[in-house]
Design a protein around this ligand. Structure first.
Ligand code: GLY
Length: 374
């Protein structure tokens, strides 16, 4: 299942790349516009949005997640098929240590993956959690939606089901990179073997942040994840979220990504919202569901996302999760698109120029994520 991947990455200077690809994208969009005309029935301009890694990993042909999903949508593909084909590029990228193959493993060194997807018009959803051995958990999540009566399958059961569906099961989804980083983490944490549990937890948290500070892991890859949502010309909305979850998590820990309403929510009458960042915050607040419900009440995607962030902030009271200003010491991002194609990326902090990926008829671009707290 899935495609081969040669590990191509968008260059460091993504903006330079975009200058070229925006032109190419515009040309491609013009070319695809004719093909798309037949399916444009509702007057909606197709759009795909994703977390920033949706414009970083590249397939063999150079396409990124949002570009592939957008191309497929404008060619008439099912929107969920399109956004999943997009995130497959990231899942298969060994250099993205937050998603799929090569995702940072749990505390025992096992790469365990979470994903869910929702099909707006069919009102079907599926998810897998803590699945091992399958590079593309988003495709297994889709199979759960399409081929079973259930919404969420976890652990060994998810792997067994994937095997029955014909997915290739691998012994180990670690790459040299994820293994090297895991052993660096072990090296830093091992002296803690004899600490009491509270100190041990604090040390694990500090070591994780130290490794991000030291440039060993991408700060965005602590929780990792890609979310990608698309709307086609008929106004059909679909979304997918997929992740290797929190780095060094306690084995068995499941985050928000495979949980409908937390890491993703889609309503075909309204729009879609998905998330990256601290999954526990989303799980506690059912935040993606809240975003979609806010849009149902008429809110713009940005305001809907900000409302969810404010809710998470209000519900974060544990001192270990607060900074000196009394605000959350973690981040959560929402990628939100409504049925009309209006979109936004929002997060707690605006400080460090994070972007999300958007692809429209004008090509692919990175758009700044707006912060609740400056
Ligand atoms: N948002 C990804 C996770 O917490 O697992």
């Amino acid at each position: 299942m899935g495609e081969s991947f040669t590990g191509k990455r968008a260059g460091v200077d993504r903006r330079t790349f975009l200058t070229g690809t925006a032109l190419a994208g515009a040309a491609a969009a013009t070319a695809t516009a004719g093909r798309a005309a037949a399916v444009q029935t509702a007057g909606v301009k197709p759009i795909v949005i994703a977390s920033g890694n949706g414009l970083r990993s590249q397939a063999d042909d150079g396409e990124t997640c949002v570009e592939r999903a957008f191309r497929m949508i404008t060619e008439g593909a099912d929107v969920l098929d399109a956004v999943i084909a997009g995130v497959n590029i990231v899942e298969l990228d060994p250099e993205d240590t937050s998603v799929g193959y090569g995702g940072l493993p749990d505390a025992h060194g096992n790469v365990t993956l979470d994903s869910c997807c929702m099909h707006g018009p069919k009102k079907r959803a599926g998810g897998v959690a803590a699945i091992q051995g399958v590079r593309t958990p988003s495709l297994v999540a889709q199979a759960v939606a399409d081929k079973t009566d259930h919404h969420l399958i976890v652990g060994q059961g998810a792997q067994d089901l994937a095997r029955q569906f014909g997915f290739t099961i691998e012994d180990d989804l670690n790459t040299d990179t994820s293994r090297r980083i895991f052993f660096e983490w072990k090296r830093r944490v091992d002296p803690a073997h004899y600490l009491d549990p509270e100190r041990d937890a604090a040390l694990r948290w500090r070591v994780l942040h130290d490794m991000a500070r030291d440039g060993i892991i991408d700060p965005e890859h602590m929780y990792g994840t890609i979310n990608c949502n698309g709307v086609n010309a008929a106004g059909d909305v679909c979304g997918v979220t997929t992740t290797s979850g929190l780095a060094w998590k306690i084995p068995g820990r499941v985050g928000d990504s495979p949980i409908l309403g937390a890491g993703l929510y889609v309503d075909n009458d309204v729009g879609a919202a998905g998330s990256t960042g601290r999954g526990e915050a989303n799980l506690y607040n059912c935040a993606s569901y809240l975003v979609v419900e806010e849009m149902r009440r008429g809110a713009h995607p940005k305001d809907a996302g900000m409302t969810a962030l404010a809710r998470i902030r209000a519900n974060t009271v544990d001192s270990r999760l607060l900074n000196e200003d009394g605000n959350p010491n973690f981040d959560v991002n929402f990628y939100v698109v409504d049925k009309q194609g209006r979109h936004a990326g929002v997060r707690f902090y605006s400080g460090d120029n994070r972007n999300y990926a958007v692809c429209t008829e004008n090509g692919a671009e990175l758009v700044p994520i707006e912060g609740l707290i400056s």
